[in-house]
Design a protein around this ligand. Structure first.
Ligand SMILES: Nc1ncnc2c1ncn2[C@@H]1O[C@H](COP(=O)(O)OP(=O)(O)OP(=O)(O)O)[C@@H](O)[C@H]1O
Length: 274
């Protein structure tokens, strides 16, 4: 937890407005700085359960930082983040909010899966073990249960015949599909996707996006997605959030955001990327 966070903040002083039962993610006045660079500036936004939300905005506007905060790979300097109604960055003790301990963070984070640009598979483990490792060690599944879950997911991502290979024996697109299966094996409530096709050769992009479209269509998982693939964003998103200068400057359904945005800044950004 950042030294800037006042552990004496009371629940009242950070109280959110009443939380809707459907709300899965909530950022409340979140500020994140790197040195003098204020990347997120008192950011407020929320994502309802089951929704697919895409974050867009210029390079450096803080989209990846938001996903990293949710994965607790970074911590906010100010403000609070809630996942599933639980504070991610704080815990309530004796009616006060204090910086969250490791155990609390681990529990809340079980609800969150992330797929990275660079796959991040374990190179020394075969595909099956890449997928079963966390369900066994973190969730306590038996090896048999974890393998059954992995086999179902490998079928979903079209890789059943590669179960006994090492990541280095697969194409980038196949590795990324293993990474998607690995994230889903934890049965997270929310799946974070950080430019998951950016490192792929162009001919491998469609296969990965098709798998994600399927997941978006057939599961009730909540998705928070950073992508430069605007066609994909248009297909899967319920809501698009446009970031600039550390804030959400505009949001709306993709049909409105991509064809008739309100803000000049959004229009400029989209005309450069569409
Ligand atoms: N660990 C870090 N140390 C210092 N600065 C960082 C760090 N991580 C991110 N930043 C800075 O924070 C800003 C936001 O970065 P971030 O990666 O979140 O932006 P982004 O919107 O995802 O950009 P892009 O679309 O280019 O991926 C950038 O100015 C970046 O240089």
């Amino acid at each position: 937890m950042s030294a800037d966070t006042d552990p004496a903040q009371t629940l009242e002083s950070l109280a959110n407005p009443p939380v809707d039962g459907r709300e899965l993610i909530r950022f409340d006045q979140v500020t994140k700085r790197f040195g003098d660079n204020t990347v997120l500036d008192r950011l407020d936004f929320s994502v309802d359960s089951g929704k697919h939300v895409t974050l867009i905005g210029p390079s450096g506007s803080g989209k990846t930082t938001i996903l990293r905060l949710l994965m607790t790979l970074a911590t906010p300097d100010e403000g609070t983040i809630k996942v599933g109604g639980e504070y991610l960055t704080h815990e309530e003790r004796g009616g006060r909010l204090v910086p969250a301990g490791e155990k609390h963070v681990r529990e809340v984070r079980k609800n969150i899966g992330m797929v990275f640009q660079q796959f991040n598979l374990f190179p020394n483990m075969k595909v099956l073990r890449n997928i079963t490792e966390a369900p066994v060690t973190v969730l306590g599944l038996s090896a048999d249960e974890a393998e059954q879950r992995a086999r179902e997911l490998l079928e979903l991502v079209g890789l059943t015949e590669h179960i006994d290979k090492y990541p280095s024996q697969l194409s980038g697109g196949q590795q990324q599909r293993v990474a998607i299966a690995r994230a889903l094996a934890m049965r997270p409530q929310v799946l974070l996707l950080d430019e998951v096709t950016s490192a792929l050769d162009p001919e491998l992009v469609a296969g990965v996006l098709d798998v994600l479209r399927d997941i978006a269509r057939t599961t009730d998982i909540t998705m928070l997605c950073v992508t430069h693939e605007m066609g994909f964003a248009r297909d899967i998103s319920d809501q698009v959030l446009m970031f600039d200068s550390g804030r959400v400057i505009e949001s709306g359904p993709p049909e409105k955001m991509f064809s008739d945005p309100e803000q000049e800044r959004t229009r400029e950004f989209l005309s450069a990327v569409l």
